[in-house]
Write a protein that binds this ligand. Structure first.
Ligand code: SAM
Length: 439
């Protein structure tokens, strides 16, 4: 049961966001008094894919009331005990805090990463804007470091309240203002001046899984200065081929006691990226072998990159660094300011000692189908130094990524050097034979 309660956060967040969107749309439809022009003015500026859990569109009072009804206690039958302190709290908030906020705040290397970058740039003259205050931690860091002013936006009403409480508890309320709104609704008028620093941590298990690029690009174009420092500025989404029999043992079946169970394999999902959190394990505690160098799927400069920066379908050549069976593609990311500075990474070899990071983000996995069999997927046998071709598909907002093996291409695998050597070998043998004959 616990495993299922720990479902992947983005899926939950997206479901909550979709529910909020639907409720908002329904309420907006039934609100006959408000003109469509008013609704348009109040609606978020851009329709960005990911909405934070607990976000309620400002047009939708009915949706807000509905959400209040969705208090945590309603998840349980009446005879279950639900502590009073959480009984009336919104389910989305209790779930979000327990699902990932605790882990996130306890990821001390993550906190240190932000602290060091803020320390580098914050001065008594700098104004700091944060997208996505959450508990208020990053804003409080900026205030603690002596920023002139700090403004944070937080899409979730309840989370915003929580941030305000934390800020008050730390006596920083005169320095930090947290506003309950989406960043897309923020305008320069909400700020004392255009910010010198933009800080945010709105990354998912996939780097852009929570629409970080859309949200940052949006404020970059409307609210920031040309020289506003963006923390973190760079992000790279990687993929790597892995040989992982342990993963295979929970994602396919052959037989038991002579009974053929292999028909079930026809349903194997080789199309989706599944988060390790959903599988219920940490990649860093599962034995696996890397079969390729890391492949850069997305290379983002949050100060420059715009949506539409890459094709939605791209062919990638992947060179195997070892022989093996490629069962899956492992996705992880890094965020940083400069390659030689602080780096925040979700790669399993970087999270060995970071249980909270694995429990918050973890990594994503896509099972590979070599396409050898029609009826069921098969893993891909790879040979060291040979190249394999994959098609990388991304959704328009780059939230969803898929890598597909392009099929076994004999020509591509033909090694011209090997052929040359074969020819030379034959020639040498013939020469030797001739020589022997001559003697
Ligand atoms: C991963 S948490 C990070 C919280 C905090 N900044 C930290 O690092 O500890 C992201 C928070 O940002 C909020 N959020 C995400 N996108 C947002 C947006 N575009 N505008 C406002 N809030 C957003 C979410 O509701 C969530 O509380």
């Amino acid at each position: 049961m616990q495993k299922f309660a720990m479902q992947q956060q983005e899926a939950d967040k997206k479901a909550a966001a979709v529910a909020a969107k639907r409720a908002a749309a329904a309420a907006a439809q039934s609100a006959s008094t408000s003109s469509s022009q008013q609704q348009q003015q109040q609606a978020p500026k851009k329709n960005i894919g990911f909405l934070p859990p607990g976000y309620v569109a400002p047009t939708s009072k009915a949706a807000a009331a509905q959400q209040r009804k969705e208090s945590f206690e309603y998840q349980f039958d009446e005879h279950f005990l639900v502590p009073e302190r959480i009984a009336k709290a919104p389910s989305a908030l209790v779930e979000a805090v327990n699902d990932f906020h605790y882990a996130m705040m306890n990821d001390h290397p993550r906190n240190r990463f932000y602290y060091e970058l803020l320390k580098k740039h914050v001065t008594p003259e700098t104004g700091v804007l944060e997208i996505g205050a959450g508990s208020g931690l990053l804003s409080m860091m900026a205030a603690q470091l002596g920023a002139k002013w700090v403004v944070a936006v937080e899409g979730s009403t309840e989370m915003c309240r929580l941030a305000q409480e934390n800020i008050k508890a730390n006596k920083l309320q005169d320095k930090i203002k947290v506003m309950n709104m989406l960043s897309t609704d923020l305008t320069p008028k909400h700020l004392p001046e255009r910010p010198h620093i933009l800080v945010s941590e709105i990354f998912g298990t996939m780097l852009l899984g929570e629409s970080a690029l859309d949200y940052i690009q949006d404020v970059r174009e409307r609210v920031l200065r040309p020289d506003t420092v963006i923390i973190p500025q760079m992000g790279i989404q990687y993929a790597v081929l892995i040989d992982c029999p342990t993963l295979d043992s929970i994602c396919s079946v052959t037989q038991w006691n002579g009974l053929d169970l292999s028909r079930v394999n026809s349903l194997k999902d080789t199309a989706s990226c599944v988060f390790t959190k959903k599988y219920g394990f940490r990649m860093s505690s599962v034995p696996f072998k890397r079969l390729s160098e890391p492949i850069k799927i997305l290379d983002i400069d949050f100060a420059k990159t715009n949506q539409g920066f890459s094709k939605l379908e791209r062919e990638l050549r992947v060179k195997a660094i070892d022989d093996g069976t490629a069962h899956a593609i492992l996705f992880y990311w890094t965020a940083f300011e400069s390659a030689d500075g602080e780096i925040m990474s979700t790669a399993p070899w970087d999270t060995l000692d970071n249980f909270p990071r694995d429990m918050q983000w973890g990594q994503a996995l896509q099972l590979i189908d070599s396409g050898k069999e029609q009826s069921e997927p098969t893993a891909l046998e790879v040979k060291r130094d040979e190249e394999y071709s994959f098609m990388c598909c991304t959704s328009e907002d780059h939230v969803i990524v898929q890598l597909n093996f392009m099929g076994y291409d004999k020509e591509m695998h033909a090694d011209p050097l090997a052929e040359l050597e074969e020819v030379n070998l034959d020639d040498d043998m013939a020469a030797e034979e001739n020589g022997a004959d001559a003697q």
